[in-house]
Design a protein around this ligand. Structure first.
Ligand code: IMP
Ligand code: MG
Length: 183
């Protein structure tokens, strides 16, 4: 029988099993280990985790990353319910001292791209020397911005999903597989 869950007023069905997510993360982590192999303790990569959605993805990456890094976090939000408002609110600001640093943004999902554009703009203002984006998921049909998405673990169609850190009005983050809204 197909696995289904209910969160608030909506039902969701199984979409991406945990094993597939983990395999996609393995592949991205291999690329990161290769591309950042020259990082040193004196010049570590700054991994900037976007709260709350990217916490599980960031933790899974951390378990696999072998180069020196420091972990930072920020929180921006644009989603209410199951759609983007297009207005990005900063709830926990980005760290201030990033001048000359290599920053790797770790996102759960890129949809319209408003959030990622706002983050990259703020990192440029802070004079980070290299800014790259690593996202677990990308809604490719929706994303029309110019910011390069350097590392994309998985592409998905334009559907609302939950699980593996992603929420529907704060619920569903603790589900280990990814579920899609059942319409
Ligand atoms: P963007 O600014 O439109 O690219 O939206 C990015 C943010 O919206 C993500 O970091 C998520 O927090 C949230 N988001 C986008 N799509 C989904 C989804 O399908 N499920 C849950 N949250 C989503
Ligand atoms: Mg998010």
């Amino acid at each position: 029988m197909e696995k289904k869950i209910r969160l608030h007023d909506k039902s969701f069905r199984m979409f991406i099993p945990n094993e597939d997510i983990e395999k996609a993360i393995d592949a991205v982590a291999d690329r990161l280990n290769n591309d950042y192999a020259d990082a040193t303790d004196e010049d570590p990569v700054v991994m900037l985790c976007t709260l709350n959605g990217a916490v599980i993805f960031a933790a899974e990456l951390l378990k696999r990353i072998q180069f020196p890094l420091v972990l930072k976090a920020c929180k921006l939000s644009s989603y209410v319910g199951t759609s983007s408002t297009g207005v990005v609110k900063t709830e926990v600001p980005l760290p201030s001292r990033l001048e000359g640093k290599r920053v790797l943004i770790v996102e759960d999902i890129v949809d319209t791209g408003c959030t990622i554009v706002a983050m990259v703009d703020q990192l440029k203002e802070r004079k980070a020397k290299d800014i790259r984006v690593c996202t677990l998921l990308l809604k490719k049909e929706v994303y029309k911005k110019d910011v390069k998405l350097d590392y994309v673990a998985m592409e998905i169609p334009n559907r609302f999903i939950v699980g593996f850190g992603l929420d529907y009005d704060e619920l569903g983050r603790n589900i280990k597989d990814i579920y899609v809204l059942d319409e």
